[in-house]
Design a protein around this ligand. Structure first.
Ligand SMILES: Nc1ncnc2c1ncn2[C@@H]1O[C@H](COP(=O)(O)OP(=O)(O)O)[C@@H](O)[C@H]1O
Ligand SMILES: [Mg+2]
Length: 166
């Protein structure tokens, strides 16, 4: 099974559609760690994940609130942004509560600026964005851990055909 896949997202719509595809397929307890500079497309992807889950309320960046919780979709979405936090502050928040789903309803947890996390679990989907010279974004998806969350074969086919999920 493919564990790493890399392709170009030509415009914001492609980023949104990748997110929507993931939102339709990711199981409960999924943890998605987003990397990439400011403006690289992280929140756009989460908006797509929300669309895939059937969430209609606007998904806004949780830079100031740290976490936004959405219960309107097929499964809960926990959208976190740890940009403004120090590792000590992050540790004190027990964010693992979200992906363990023991004290909250199990759902999908998505974290922006995940490289700031002091401890990582042993299973997650990492998605890294970088700016492409032609204007779009280069995206790298990496499934870390023994269990596969997503079958990348479909995404790989779409990319090679120059199409994205609808
Ligand atoms: N694949 C893409 N190509 C070009 N622009 C994109 C792409 N994906 C997202 N964008 C645009 O980049 C800008 C910043 O996106 P955003 O999701 O807010 O980034 P971040 O959360 O990483 O700061 C938005 O205007 C968004 O429409
Ligand atoms: Mg953002």
């Amino acid at each position: 099974m493919l564990k790493i896949i890399e392709f170009i997202l030509a415009d914001p719509d492609a980023t949104h559609r990748l997110g929507k595809y993931l939102g339709q397929l990711l199981p409960v307890h999924s943890l998605v760690l987003l990397e990439g500079e400011l403006g690289s497309g992280k929140t756009t992807l989460v908006q797509g994940i929300g669309a895939g889950l059937g969430i209609t309320e606007p998904i806004l960046s949780p830079t100031f609130s740290i976490v936004n919780e959405y219960f309107e979709g097929t499964i809960p979405l926990y959208h976190l942004d740890v940009y403004r936090l120090s590792p000590v502050e992050i540790s004190s928040l027990y964010l693992e509560t979200y992906w363990e789903g023991l004290e909250v309803s199990p759902g999908i947890t998505v974290i922006e600026w995940a490289s700031l996390l002091p401890n990582l679990p042993d299973r997650y989907l990492s998605i890294a964005f970088s700016f492409h010279p032609k204007g779009g974004r280069l995206v790298t998806l990496n499934q870390v851990g023994s269990t596969q969350l997503i079958d990348f074969t479909v995404l790989s086919c779409w990319f090679h055909q120059g199409e994205y999920p609808q």
